[in-house]
Design a protein around this ligand. Sequence first.
Ligand code: DAH
Length: 360
Amino acid sequence: MDALSDLKAKYLTAISGAADEGGLEELRLAALGKKGEVSLKMRELGGMSPDERQVAGPALNALKDEIDAALRAKKAALGDLALDARLAAEWLDVTLPGRARRVGTIHPVSQVMEELTAIFADMGFSVAEGPQVESDWFNFDALNIPPEHPARQEHDTFFMARAEGDTRPPHVLRTHTSPVQIRAMTEKGAPIRVIAPGRVYRMDMDQTHSPMFHQVEGLAIDKNLSMANLKWVLEEFCRAFFEVDHVDLRFRASHFPFTEPSAEVDIRCSWAGGQLKIGEGDSWMEILGSGMVHPKVLAAAGVDASQWQGFAFGMGIDRIAMLKYGIPDLRAFFESDLRWLRHYGFAALDMPGLPGGLSR
Ligand code: DAH
């Protein structure tokens, strides 16, 4: 029996000192495994007399149960310890204030595009789109600007490269949004009322020019449209966009190949005290080109010029954004300077309404 109590003391001590589950498993095998010390003792029972066995059997079983129980208890305790350690290491103070996140802002050009889209939508214009890499036919020919036309040079066009040996005329980065007129009419026919805001490109760079800038094209084709409708639409737009009750527009005769007659449009403004005010004063600022769509342009888009007529206009978006929001330098629009964007940008929820409402 002494041997059993030695075994018991040996294993219970070792179990209580085990450092991890691996150590516990080793002890289990050493005591209760097939060749474990307790198991070997069990085998010795076979060679005993019945009387001896009567005493030794229950004692061995009791020892086995005791070691087994100690192993289980220790295993549970080690598990608790591991959990405690993890809880101590991974704790999190949910009462700490969150890290401040800088909220982004909407670029003034995006904001102005949203605003003008909302205003023109209210007058029944939907948005049309075209590619920025455009064929020279859409950008020039279809708009009545043939190859030898001076306007074609004046546009300071960026040409795309063609593979060597490919003699087709190169595509261009569209120099204006006017080609979208052709695409929209070809797709939808007449009557039609669309605007086309987007990027355009010209080889030009100084304080008031950037090689990429934004225009919005307008096009309305119907049976009886005239310059009078053009004037009303532009006045309503300017009133709503610049948030003033009254605007004066001045139509100056001009020339564009794709309109006849053509007019450049100036808006009355004042610069009193260095502060620009729209709708009052004695100064005029040019804001767009416009006119009655040339019959050849209608024909190029498959619209019957003997039945349909209408007006078109093209306006610089960056320019009117600068005017409305008092932004002095065009180049800053495209420099991605975060300080500038934070200063001139708009909150995401600052969605345009229809300021002043349209007078109808
Ligand atoms: N496409 C012209 C430009 O970029 C602007 C323009 C003028 C557009 C007259 C028009 C228009 O639709 O009728 O300079």
